[in-house]
Write a new protein. Sequence first.
Length: 322
Amino acid sequence: MAEVVRIASPGGPQQLQQATVELPAPGAGEIRLRQTAIGVNFIDVYHRRGLYPLPGGIPGVEAVGVVTAVGDDVVDLKPGDRVAYAGAPVGAYVSERNLPAWRAVALPADLGDAAVASTFMKGITAHMLLTRVFAVGPGVTVLIHSAAGGLGQLMVRWASHLGATVIATVGSEQKAAIARNAGAHHVIVGRDADFAGAVAALTEARGVDVAYDGVGGATLAKTMACVRPFGLVASLGDSGGAIPLIDINDIGPRRSLSLARPSVMAHMQNADAYRRSADAVLAAMAQGILQPAGQAYRLSDAHVAHTDLEAGRTSGSLYLVP
């Protein structure tokens, strides 16, 4: 029997409830995985709230574990192999599960379970944003919100390594120290800070080349004001409130902005794109470019993890241990 955390009905963290299920044998092209660390991501919150449909009611889009059985037609994996995965099918808040074998990525021995579970999905997101959505490199100036969070820290580290100038926003002086340690060149502090004014001052009114906004709400319009003509705003989520309707005239022609709403889940549906990003993340971890900062919770305390994540009481990534 596998321990699972299932959403009873859309709503708050209290809707995450424990249950047990019996798993069938892995089918053709599938593996059975005993999970050791499960990443927590904001998309899990969106699933719990009912923003996105979730067949089966079990959230979670990434984990690390050990293969315990393989189905027919699986030739590249065997019992005992240690792997990570991210993406669909959703349902990672479990102690064991069956998974399409093509999702599983073999892990090197020198990368620990907790480190990978704290980094894998968010690292793939960062790679997509810094390469596919906008090619970040020397001479590029970026704005990254929530820079002390799990994704934010990875974005800051990777963008800085690529040679970009990084302007970060955080909610407190404590989180500012985390962002600076991650490599941010400029840090704007305070939830109510005039970050658009600060960005204008830092860039001599030019604006940044690309801004990454996972906050949404009223913040998105302010983020758009930070970007130079023909720059790009990547809207990643709405942790600070629903994304408002945008008049096309707010983007151009006067501003001449590009607005992206990239989905890492869509990115990972392409097997080649998924593998490229996964390989890049593991290589960046091995090289020390991405340095995981994780906080552990028991799988049975998934509701506590969600509460802390939504309240902004955490920095770095969260993961669950079955």
